[in-house]
Design a protein around this ligand. Structure first.
Ligand code: ACO
Length: 401
């Protein structure tokens, strides 16, 4: 029994679209997806070309400014990002307020939002220069904060950023380096890390990016908006899926048990889903998953762990699911998270950090969308609802209930 929709129909059509399956909330020039064909373009450039020939920071430039940079523009951009990799010293003290076993995403939600309390000039979003500096700060500081959340969890001292290193090398240095010895970073692993950041850089109006836009539409500051995006990313249906994939592979435990789990995923009375399969937009192979699969093979060969038991389960699961009628009919293909978890595990990154790494890579996409919205004309986002509650009724005193 639904009441009318509060007068909105008199102004135009009212659409009811749970999950926004077919409602566009904005215009955007950043990213194009054709889910049926498995196409993903950033500013017109195919993701596989960018993953092969570009790098994360160049792709950041492209997403933010709309064009590939000249050499000079690229160098200036990289140097500017490097100038912002340190965090205010007082931010270090924040960490002591968390439990050591806190989930790093819980820490990131709090600490990134708290950047608003430190960089006051970035709060004036009416000034284009301040918006640019906010973008640099976020891209530069996210790896530093992510690595700090990891170091805190294992009780090791924080590592300062090393600006002699490139973006992804520096992240691995801050994650795995110690003050007692010089970091030795494998170029193959650094390249794989960079690809993971690049492949997660943007994906148009997904749940977290839409959250950033919605928060930003009220005029909230960029750090608060990105913290909102991090919170939305954390869920297992979104960024939390890469962590869930590894947990699922561990739960399956052996190749002989795959059929049992595939059967559970098909059983409508069982809430279990195969993590890392399916996508709201891709009804074909996710083009990022193809690149990620190649990167996984490279990393495992570099580390000599091709015979990893979890990887064996992943490969067999992929084979079985791709041949299964249920998955074929519902167009459920492995998504980017299916392979990224395998790479991250091989690099030695703990499962609890997987979604944090997604957040580091996606930060530029969130900022690019926030900036695109703030720079144009926009209205506060305010979805409507279809009210299905009580009709008006009179209050009843407590002794009469
Ligand atoms: N395993 C088993 N069945 C599935 C799966 C899965 N992983 N994904 C979808 N289905 C089924 C659903 O049960 C549903 O079946 P029905 O039509 O009989 O009811 C049908 O496929 C459509 O699923 P929806 O949930 O309606 O699809 P939606 O577009 O809303 O969800 C989502 C997409 C959330 C990604 C879903 O496929 C899922 O939960 N996958 C597992 C989690 C995951 O890997 N998430 C990562 C997404 S990618 C990213 O964030 C980068």
């Amino acid at each position: 029994d639904v009441l009318d929709v509060g007068g909105l129909t008199s102004k135009g059509m009212f659409t009811y679209d749970p999950g926004f399956v077919s409602t566009a909330a904005c215009e955007s020039q950043i990213t194009y997806i054709d889910g049926g064909k498995g196409v993903l373009l950033h500013r017109g450039y195919p993701i596989d070309q960018l993953a092969e020939e570009s790098n994360y920071l160049e792709t950041c430039y492209l997403l933010l400014y709309g064009e590939l940079p000249s050499q000079e523009q690229y160098d200036t951009f990289v140097n500017t990002v490097k100038n912002h990799t340190m965090v205010n010293d007082q931010i270090r003290t924040f960490f002591n307020g968390f439990r050591r076993d806190a989930h790093p995403m819980a820490i990131m939600c709090g600490v990134v939002g708290a950047l608003s309390a430190f960089y006051h000039d970035s709060l004036d979003i009416s000034d284009e220069r301040h918006r640019q500096v906010a973008a640099f700060r976020l891209i530069a500081k996210m790896p530093t904060l992510a690595a700090m959340s990891y170091k805190f969890s294992i009780g090791q001292p924080f590592m300062y950023p090393d600006n002699e290193l490139d973006y992804s090398e520096n992240f691995l240095h801050m994650m795995f380096g110690t003050p007692c010895e010089e970091s030795k970073i494998s170029p193959v692993l650094a390249r794989a890390m960079d690809r993971i950041f690049l492949l997660h850089a943007d994906h148009e109006q997904n749940a977290s990016t839409s959250t950033v836009r919605l928060a930003g539409s009220s005029g909230a500051n960029p750090f608060a908006c990105i913290a909102a995006g991090i919170a939305a990313l954390w869920g297992p249906s979104h960024g939390g899926a890469n962590e869930a994939v590894l947990e699922m592979l561990e739960e399956i435990g052996d190749v002989s048990r795959i059929e049992e789990f595939v059967a559970r995923a098909k059983d409508k009375d069982d809430p279990f889903r195969l993590m890392g399969f399916g996508h709201r937009v891709y009804k074909n192979f996710d083009p990022r998953a193809k690149v990620m699969k190649e990167a996984a093979d490279e990393v495992l060969a570099e580390l000599g762990v091709e015979n990893d038991p979890l990887l064996a389960i992943a490969k067999e699961l992929e084979r079985i699911a791709l041949e299964d009628e249920y998955f074929i009919e519902k167009k459920l293909y492995p998504n980017v998270d299916f392979y990224s978890g395998i790479i991250l595990k091989a690099i030695g990154i703990p499962t609890s950090m997987f979604t944090v790494i997604f957040a580091v890579g996606r930060t530029v996409g969130w900022i690019a969308h926030w900036h695109e919205m703030i720079s144009g004309s926009y209205r506060i986002g305010r979805p409507r609802q279809l009210y299905t509650g009580h009709k008006q009724r009179d209050y009843v005193a407590v002794d009469k209930r």
